[in-house]
Design a protein around this ligand. Structure first.
Ligand code: 13P
Ligand code: SF4
Length: 296
């Protein structure tokens, strides 16, 4: 199957991008693995004709926004993000109508149609910098309430919070973390900013997924408790084979991130199945918001 994929990649002039949460066998066949920010930037720079995205729907949309002349494939169209589905352009417009005019900073985990209404996008790796760059008194941040609260705690800007959340990260409690800390007293706890504020209070190491890989590599510590989706354990261990990584909770598994199989990748490349194309009237304003983030 891997040989077949290699041949198809050549034939289609395609590149495979995979998010850090993807299953190990998918990360192994990818040209690049990374967090949302790295993948968006890479998607904008590749000269491949086809981008096959192993991630969820909003990530493939972001690739399509940045690369309108390329074909973007999401091998499983049903791989979505429950947090991205917690906001629509209609619901955002209705909320904005109730407030004085202000910039909207939108987490990349959102539909393209919502990005199109936004001033700027952000990822878990750059949310604080992005909000600071706006130099505004008030900012609306959507859709993740936890990322918004985390950003608010690091800026003087008044943040208007949308009540969305990632069901995988929001499930983690201080009790889970304390249990893991008791089992591994020497381990350093790292958490993703999609976790609840009471969980983030338990660590100074609040990081995006690739930020966790870099932190673990540079840290003198040998053991880590990982407060994010359990798929992260694989790239962490791969990059740091002599260190130990423990999940903060085994319940933190995103079923959407586990949908794509190696067979789906081969089928998608062979039949050009699962094409994602953001329509031009949405793409153009969404590109402005994504590009402004990349340029920040
Ligand atoms: P990052 O890889 O940008 O930290 O995103 C985490 C996530 O939940 C993606 O779905
Ligand atoms: Fe969405 Fe959370 Fe799954 Fe990421 S981990 S795709 S934010 S549901």
């Amino acid at each position: 199957m891997r040989q077949k994929i290699k041949e198809l990649l050549k034939k289609r002039k395609a590149i495979i991008l995979a998010h850090n949460y993807q299953p190990p066998e998918i990360q192994e066949i990818a040209d690049l693995c990374g967090d949302s920010l790295e993948l968006s930037i890479r998607a904008s720079m590749t000269d491949a004709e086809v981008i096959l995205f192993c991630g969820v729907h909003f990530m493939a949309e972001t690739a399509s926004i940045l690369s309108p002349d390329k074909t973007v494939l999401l091998p499983r169209k049903d791989a979505g993000c429950p947090m991205a589905d917690m906001i629509t352009p209609e619901s955002l417009k209705a909320r904005l109508d109730e407030l004085p005019p202000m910039p909207v900073a939108t987490y990349v985990n959102s539909p393209a149609s919502v990005k199109a209404l936004s001033t700027i996008c952000c990822t878990s790796a750059n949310a604080i910098e992005v909000v600071k760059s706006l130099d505004a008194k008030e900012v609306m941040m959507v859709p993740d309430r936890n990322l918004a609260k985390y950003t608010a705690s690091h800026t003087t800007t008044k943040i208007h919070i949308w009540d969305g959340y990632c069901p995988i990260h929001d499930i983690l409690t201080p009790k889970d973390v304390n249990k893991a800390k008791q089992a591994h007293p020497d381990a350093v706890f790292m958490a993703h900013p999609e976790c609840r504020p009471e969980v983030l209070k338990l660590t100074g190491n609040i990081l995006s997924t690739s930020g966790m890989i870099r932190f673990a590599r540079e840290s003198k510590s040998r053991s880590f408790i990982v407060g994010t989706e359990v798929g992260m354990l694989y790239p962490l261990k791969k990059a740091n084979p002599d260190k130990n990584f423990y999940p903060a909770s085994l319940s933190m598994e995103c079923s959407d991130m586990k949908k794509i199989t190696v067979e789906d990748v081969a089928r998608s490349l062979e039949f050009m199945e699962g094409q994602i194309k953001v329509p031009e009237h949405i793409r153009r304003p969404a590109l402005k918001a994504v590009q402004r983030m990349i340029d920040t």
